[in-house]
Structures are given as structure tokens and as C-alpha cells.
Write a protein that binds this ligand. Structure first.
Ligand SMILES: [Mn+2]
Length: 401
């Protein structure tokens, strides 16, 4: 059903339209499939941070898998945030705009997918990209996960086996700089026609460049280099594709964002036992931005009404803000710990734990009132969020014992 009929695809200019036509078809097929009871709805979805890797990998993989889907199956990509939240990711909006990808015509957002209904009708299948355990919002649909393509540590999350078409079975977790490189490799063996569209190359190459800092970052692997170099050949003569520098600047562009947009922009939630904690990332220093007059925390919208940061039915008990920025001489990082002081001892014990960590220097930026306490630390510059969050998870797991 979702296969592009032969006549139609030939009547169009393959190099111009294929990605846009197929994304629009995916959206239409999705709208029909969710109204029926007998169609398997196979959602390809990135992680909740909805960075470019998550969004682009979901789009490109879905486009390829659609060509291999059978009747009774509807494969579609899902942007893992709302339409409003996507606007806060200016690297992605810049890239999509330059390629003619429009929210209304081409994209399906997480809040448009009736997950509960689809699960109830046993129609739901999830293929996770750029993560391999369903994030909090999708926790209730864990038993619908049928596939993963990822580069994070393998959580050995069990895949549901009641699939479907063997062509759609994917269980790929490899340490590479970008999931988009894995998607590129998949395209080499896929006979897919969408890869003939230069926009496919533009999407994946932009993402790999950002994820690997143009192949200079330590996460870069041979596959990333090979993928980026080959993909760039496909788009050599194309104009209007934003450059690596433009995309990187757009990624860091937080101009005119409100405090709560800043926090929402790249937020993730984690669960450890009964405890839920959130982490936001900022491309700026807390020291310069925060706890001053235009404060992120003590302004009216203070850390989203004193830490009642909610996702669905959950409310997070601890909240971290992870900051990465160009310091005076080098790349620097800071972490703020925020919590409601009266709620439990958890915040205080977490503060003690952070102080015990190597390289955590408490800063004189702490903020406290009856409703909110904030501790700020300067931390080692190599402490990415990916490295930091497991430390917190382990600490919380140990304190649960
Ligand atoms: Mn990624």
C-alpha cells in the first residue's frame, strides 16, 4: 500500500521530488491507517531530545522501509517532540526549510500519534532510532518495540518479536558518531529509490557533520568518515544547503528564547526506580546568564513553577541543567542541580554526591528559597550529558537499595 506506484514515481523528477513526495504520502497514509483497525502502524521514532540525528534518522529510515513494506503495513516517521518544540531546534528548522520540508505537509509529531488507541487495537509497532529503550513518554508502549537502530550503550531492551515483514526487522546498535551513518550504510544494501534524491544526501550528511564536528570529534569512526565523504559527493553541485558552520551556529542559537523554552529545548527525563529526574542542556554558561536579573531560575516562570516539570503524568523530583560553552580559554561545562528542598532529603544527598565527584567545583551561584534550591558546579569539560546521566542513575539506584 505505501509503495509508490510505478507510474507516479516515474512521472516526477526523481532528483527533485522523491523525498518530499514520499514524506507527504507517509503523512497521508498515516492519517488513514490510524482510522482503520487492521493496519499495522509502524512508527519510526527518535529520542526525546529530538536532535537532528533523531529526526533525520527517523525520516530517512522510514522512507526506505516504506518501500519494503507490504500491504497492511503503514511505516511512518515521527518527530519525537511537538511542532512548537521543534521550532526551538534551529539547526533542524534551518535544514528542513532549505530542503522544502514543511511541518504541515511532511511531518508527523509525537502528539499527533494516538499511541493508546493503536496499542488498544494491537496495531502499534515502534522502531526506535538514536535510543534503545523507550523514553518516559513511551514507557507504556514498551511491549510494542520491534526494532532499534542506535549508537548509545546497549540496554538490552527486549524487542517484541511478533513482526511482520522480515525486511523491517532491525536490531542494530553500534558505536559510531552518528546514527545517520548507520542509516547511510543501510541505504547501500536497500535498493531504495529515495537515496537517488540528493536531499537524502543533504539530510544525512548535515547530521553526520554536526554529530562528529566535521569528523574531528573523538566519537568519529571510519563509517562516519566514509558515509560523510560519499554523501557529500551526491550534493557537490547543490546550492542552498546550509554549511556545517551555519548549522552549528543555528544549533547554538538561543536568541530571544524564554527561560522555559531554553529548558524545554533539549530536555530528557530519566527514571530510576520511583525517582524521575530531568536534564536540560544549554549552550551557555549559567554563571553569565542565570541567577541574575534575567534569571532562568528566579524569574516568574522559575524553573517551570518550582520544579513541577511535568511530562505526561510524571513530575520530576530532581532537575539538572547541563551547560556547555566556550569559556575564556577553552570549552567549559557547568551543571546545576535544582530541587524542592522540603520534598525529601534526596536533593541534599544528591548535592553531597556531586561534591564528591572528581572535578566538581561548587560555584558561588547557589540560589535558595523555600520552594527551590539550586547548586551550581563547574565540571570537567569532557563530561557530556551522555556520560553524566548514567552517574546520576547509578547514584539513585544505589540510594534506593
Ligand atoms: Mn545520536
Amino acid at each position: 500500500m505505501p509503495l509508490i506506484p510505478e507510474e507516479r514515481s516515474q512521472s516526477r523528477n526523481l532528483n527533485q521530488e522523491l523525498i518530499l513526495v514520499n514524506l507527504a504520502d507517509a503523512k497521508k497514509d498515516f492519517s488513514n491507517a490510524i482510522k482503520q483497525k487492521d493496519t499495522q502502524c509502524i512508527a519510526i521514532i527518535g529520542n526525546e531530545g529530538a536532535d537532528m540525528d533523531s529526526c533525520v534518522s527517523a525520516l530517512c529510515l522510514a522512507l526506505m522501509l516504506r518501500e519494503q513494506s507490504q500491504s497492511g503495513e503503514c511505516v511512518f516517521p515521527v518527530i519525537s517532540v511537538t511542532r512548537e518544540e521543534l521550532l526551538l531546534r534551529r539547526d533542524i528548522t534551518l535544514l528542513f526549510e532549505s530542503l522544502g520540508i514543511k511541518a504541515d505537509e511532511h511531518l508527523i509529531f509525537i502528539d499527533e500519534v494516538p499511541f493508546k488507541k493503536l496499542k488498544g487495537e494491537r496495531q502499534l509497532r515502534l522502531i526506535l532510532v538514536d535510543h534503545n529503550t523507550p523514553f518516559l513518554e513511551l514507557e507504556a508502549y514498551a511491549d510494542s518495540v520491534v526494532g532499534v537502530v542506535d549508537h548509545h550503550a546497549d540496554s538490552n531492551f527486549p524487542l517484541h518479536e511478533a513482526l511482520i515483514n522480515p525486511a523491517l526487522r532491525l536490531d542494530v546498535i553500534e558505536t559510531v558518531g552518528s546514527v545517520s551513518s548507520l542509516i547511510y550504510r543501510h541505504s547501500l544494501n536497500s535498493n531504495s529509490s529515495v537515496i537517488k534524491d540528493w536531499k537524502f544526501g543533504a539530510l544525512l550528511s548535515s547530521t553526520i557533520a554536526l554529530d562528529t564536528d566535521n569528523l574531528t570529534s573523538s566519537v568519529t569512526t571510519q563509517l562516519d568518515s566514509q558515509a560523510l565523504n560519499s554523501l557529500r559527493e551526491l550534493i557537490l553541485d547543490k546550492e542552498n544547503i546550509p554549511s556545517f558552520e551555519e548549522l552549528r551556529a543555528a544549533r547554538r542559537d538561543i536568541d530571544a528564547m524564554t527561560p522555559s523554552e531554553l529548558l524545554a529545548r533539549d530536555r530528557k527525563f530519566y527514571r530510576e526506580g520511583d525517582i524521575i529526574f530531568g536534564i536540560s542542556s544549554l549552550p551557555t554558561s549559567l554563571s553569565s546568564q542565570v541567577l541574575g536579573e534575567d534569571a532562568l531560575f528566579n524569574s516568574g516562570g522559575s524553573i517551570e513553577r518550582q520544579l513541577e516539570v511535568k511530562i505526561g503524568n510524571f513530575s520530576s523530583q530532581l532537575y539538572f541543567v547541563h551547560c556547555s560553552f566556550d569559556g575564556e580559554n577553552a570549552w567549559e561545562r557547568e551543571i546545576a542541580l535544582c530541587y524542592v528542598p522540603s520534598a525529601s532529603d534526596l536533593g541534599d544527598s544528591t548535592a553531597k554526591f556531586l561534591e564528591s565527584l572528581n572535578g566538581f567545583q561548587p560555584q558561588n551561584l547557589n540560589f535558595s528559597n523555600n520552594n527551590l534550591r539550586v547548586h551550581v558546579y563547574s565540571v570537567p569539560s569532557n563530561l557530556s550529558r551522555k556520560l553524566f546521566s548514567p552517574k546520576i542513575q547509578k547514584f539513585l539506584a544505589d540510594s534506593n537499595k
